[in-house]
Write a protein that binds this ligand. Structure first.
Ligand SMILES: Cc1cc2nc3c(=O)[nH]c(=O)nc-3n(C[C@H](O)[C@H](O)[C@H](O)COP(=O)(O)O)c2cc1C
Length: 376
């Protein structure tokens, strides 16, 4: 999210006051620092295509990918926050149209990535020729949303192009993901819905003619402690600290409505919005059985949003991860600890060794690139 949520009370005050997606420094700059400080880690960043021309976005992401020797990923999002459009003087684009625009965006990216033949660079000191211009395709793209007339200007990394992640969960979003992504981020609140997400995605993939395996990572929020009760207490202590206004700011931004203007004691299902249909549907269905009010839903989802929480000892958290993995056929997990950086350390020090002992988590990197390690 390049700009701060501004829907709640039609201003950014509570976002700033409670640090809800604020400050929001540019993660792309961070990739350069993180890949320089590490050897094997792949580093992916969310970059919204709402406000960045594809030529420039590819230039930045592929430069970092080249410099890191192929360890960069790009989570392509279409931009669901009004503030992002406002920040750069654009009109907000409606949900499905954002994905039409994104399809075209990807055509430009693909043209740039495919435009340099593997043997284009000669670097011939004798003849003084750096590259063979006949091996570099000129781009002449005139679309409905984007124009690009240029020559690809960034060399491919050992993994070719950054690994592409996508997080669409609505019908249209899933189609875009199935057409373009190497890995799909998904947020589903429980195992049955993770399974039905996978089933829907498989159907979509078949419909768009995708032949290679679809790799899905589910978001989870782990709380590791010495007992299940201690993990629950840890979670509840954190939840109690979240001001209602902070939750309302966040959900107003994601839903694209000003929740200050609605009766938050109304049932959740009555809230309809354009901003992120997948999330709205998931949130309504998450709390459907309970028929709870929005106030209660905001309170309960203050820490994790729609992300399921895995609570317990390291062994119990490992059991839950293994069950999701076996029962859904997902590729991995997107960890979103409630406490940073301590939450990552707890997981890496306590849960990862158990997964390794069970033989279901790597003990060595298989390849020098992110693509090699992630998608084989
Ligand atoms: C890990 C993750 C990060 C996301 N980051 C952003 C973001 O920075 N900006 C944004 O507009 N949407 C972001 N999204 C939302 C997705 O782009 C998408 O809108 C959402 O998953 C709902 O799917 P839909 O667009 O198909 O309704 C993110 C989603 C996930 C799972």
């Amino acid at each position: 999210m390049p700009a701060v949520y501004d829907h709640y009370k039609d201003n950014t005050d509570d976002a700033i006051r409670y640090g809800v997606n604020w400050p929001t420094h540019d993660p792309v700059a961070l990739i350069g620092i993180m890949t320089a400080a590490t050897k094997n880690l792949g580093i992916a960043s969310t970059v919204s295509l709402a406000s960045w021309h594809p030529f420039l976005a590819v230039r930045s992401m592929s430069t970092l990918d080249y410099l890191s020797q192929g360890r960069v990923g790009w989570n392509i999002v279409t931009g669901n926050a009004r503030s992002e459009y406002r920040a750069v003087g654009l009109d907000v684009v409606e949900h499905d149209k954002r994905y039409d625009r994104a399809d075209e965006y990807m055509q430009v990216c693909e043209a740039i990535w495919n435009g340099i033949a593997p043997d284009a660079v000669l670097a011939d000191g004798d003849t003084g020729q750096y590259a063979d211009p006949s091996k570099i395709e000129k781009i002449a793209f005139d679309g409905e949303y984007f124009k690009c007339h240029s020559t690809p200007s960034v060399l491919p990394s050992p993994q070719g192009r950054p690994v592409l992640f996508q997080a669409g969960s609505s019908g249209r979003g899933q189609r875009f993901a199935a057409e373009h992504a190497d890995v799909i981020f998904a947020i589903q609140p429980d195992l049955p819905r993770m399974q039905s997400f996978m089933a829907r995605l498989r159907e979509t993939a078949e419909a768009v003619g995708r032949t290679d395996a679809l790799r899905v990572t589910f978001a989870v929020q782990p709380f590791v402690a010495e007992s299940y009760e201690a993990a629950v207490a840890k979670r509840d202590a954190m939840l109690a600290k979240i001001p209602l206004e902070a939750g309302l700011t966040r959900i107003s931004g994601t839903f694209g409505v000003d929740l200050d203007q609605v009766d938050i004691d109304k049932p959740l299902q009555e809230i309809k919005t354009q901003a992120s249909q997948g999330l709205v549907a998931a949130m309504s269905s998450m709390f459907n059985d309970k028929n709870i009010t929005l106030r209660e839903a905001v309170r309960l989802s203050g820490l994790a949003g729609l992300i399921p929480q895995l609570l317990g000892t390291a062994e119990q958290v490992a059991d839950q991860l293994e069950e999701i993995w076996r029962e859904t056929g997902c590729h991995g997990f997107n960890l979103t600890p409630a406490l940073v950086p301590g939450g990552y350390a707890d997981f890496i020090d306590q849960v990862v060794p158990i997964l390794q002992q069970r033989g279901i988590f790597r003990t060595e990197y298989e390849a020098p690139t992110l693509r090699g390690n992630l998608v084989g």
